[in-house]
Write a protein of this length. Sequence first.
Length: 172
Amino acid sequence: MHKPEPLGRFLGVALAVLVVAAFARAQGGWRGAAVPQAASALSQAALSPQVGYPTYDDLWLLARLVSGEAHSEPYVGQVAVASVVLNRVQSPRFPPSVPGVIFEPDAFESVSNGIMWGLPPTDENIAAAQAALDGWDPTYGALYFWNPAKAVSPWIWTRNVITSIGRHVFGR
């Protein structure tokens, strides 16, 4: 995952503005408002934060959650747990950020009991979090996961089960 730096983003947008200007010159000048408006929009993009773009902090937090929730699961199960968090970020029913989803009260057992902070993420946990951030979702859009061997609320079984991976069941 690449975290865009403000200078790098600015230089990329500046290059795009130069390309737009060169195109305009090749077409005979700044005819109409479309080219100046495009240049203005590109310049504004350089100054605006990217909402929803995953950051290094998102990766690290996601890897910590994977460590706490799925440390003994197979790799695909770890990716699946990270995917549930990212699916929630995209759902209007949940907070719109990785930290917002992870720290939602009582959302994840390893956050509530502190295990997430006691188990540092392994390279495999980090790779699983990165794979989910890169778009791999072995849960096919699940918003929930649970371990049926543990005491769980009967409510969770009212969710539509999508798949099982390792010791977890994934549902929507």
